[in-house]
Design a protein around this ligand. Structure first.
Ligand code: DAH
Length: 329
């Protein structure tokens, strides 16, 4: 028994002396003092010895344990202080580093960031609103009547009852006006949902950026100037904009805004935005005095902007997350 203890002690001390790193030291520790370590096994054996032998062996075991613990502590300190020089090459600084591929922003995020930036320079604050929305905000407060086709479940994803996935970012106009007093100048980027069958220009999930300006002397001229400037910032200094009369329940008058820009080497007019002067009914819904305040609003597809800017011909590519496609931007 006593020989076995001495042998275990010597082996442990030798192993501790060889340890060059903390994990090796820990392995040495657990090999003798650990739950299934050599010394632990001998301690268990102690109980089976006749009493006259037990005393001497026990004392030796205690001494061995103390010596090992002391050696461990000393070695741990020496390694920690960098006094142990590794004899094996553990770090070869001449090996070329691992080059991990670094990702980049999704083209949709890039387009959104650029839109936020362009409008920030024009004094717009970016805010966001919920994607799961109440029908009241998506429709009624925006003066969209119950019999309007967009109210229909075929044109909108209903979650349950009057809870739905917003079909546009316009409900955030209402949420912002409910919370603030004019002057207001915000843009609202976000995800919107419509039960469209996917094709090159349709996707059940897409992105919009909404704009809202409310104040005491806001006019259609401000709307035209802001959008013309924003489109030049986005698509280049020669970009022209064209306003065509249109209809939206939440604006009056309303306009469809086209941008004359170059795509695939060809210059042509492209419909890009809906816009108009905020309808008095919308102001009434949020408790603003329509005699005192005027405002304009606009909404455009971020996916559409990304497709134009980067020459993407199929909206589905933006949402499939194929790195072979995304790597190109
Ligand atoms: N919400 C409209 C849509 O999704 C877009 C739009 C048109 C937003 C005119 C506006 C606006 O703020 O004034 O089709």
């Amino acid at each position: 028994m006593q020989d076995a203890v001495r042998q275990a002690r010597d082996e442990a001390l030798a192993r501790i002396g060889r340890a060059e790193m903390l994990d090796e030291l820990e392995q040495a520790r657990s090999a003798c003092l650990g739950r299934s370590g050599a010394l632990k096994a001998l301690m268990q054996k102690l109980g089976t010895l006749p009493p006259e032998e037990r005393r001497a062996a026990g004392q030796l075991l205690n001494e061995a344990k103390a010596a090992i613990e002391e050696a461990l502590a000393a070695r741990r300190e020496a390694i920690g202080a960098g006094q142990v020089r590794a004899t094996r090459a553990t770090l070869d600084i001449s090996v070329p580093g691992k080059c991990r591929p670094i990702g980049h922003e999704h083209p949709l995020r890039q387009a959104e960031a650029e839109l936020r930036e362009v409008f920030a320079r024009l004094g717009f604050e970016a805010v966001e609103g919920p994607e799961v929305e109440l029908a009241y905000y998506n429709f009624e407060a925006l003066n969209i009547p119950a019999e309007h086709p967009s109210h229909d479940s075929f044109d909108t994803f209903y979650v349950e009852g009057d809870v739905l996935l917003r079909s546009h970012t316009s409900p955030v106009q209402i949420r912002v006006m409910e919370q603030r007093k004019p002057p207001i100048r915000v843009v609202v980027p976000g995800r919107v949902f419509r039960p469209d069958t996917p094709d090159a220009t349709h996707s059940p999930v897409f992105h919009q950026i909404e704009g809202l300006v409310v104040g005491e002397d806001v006019t259609f001229a401000d709307l035209k100037a802001v959008l013309a400037m924003a489109m030049r910032e986005l698509f280049g200094p020669d970009t022209q904009t064209r306003f065509r009369p249109s209809f939206f329940p939440f604006t009056e008058p309303s306009a469809e805004v086209d941008v004359y820009c170059e795509i695939g080497g060809q210059r042509r007019w492209l419909e890009l935005l809906g816009a108009g002067m905020v309808h008095p009914k919308v102001f009434e819904a949020v408790g603003y005095d329509p005699e005192r305040y005027t405002g304009f609003a606009f909404g455009m597809g971020i996916d559409r902007v990304a497709m134009l800017k980067y020459g993407i011909t199929d909206i589905r590519l933006l949402l499939e997350n194929d790195v072979r496609f995304l790597d190109q931007f």
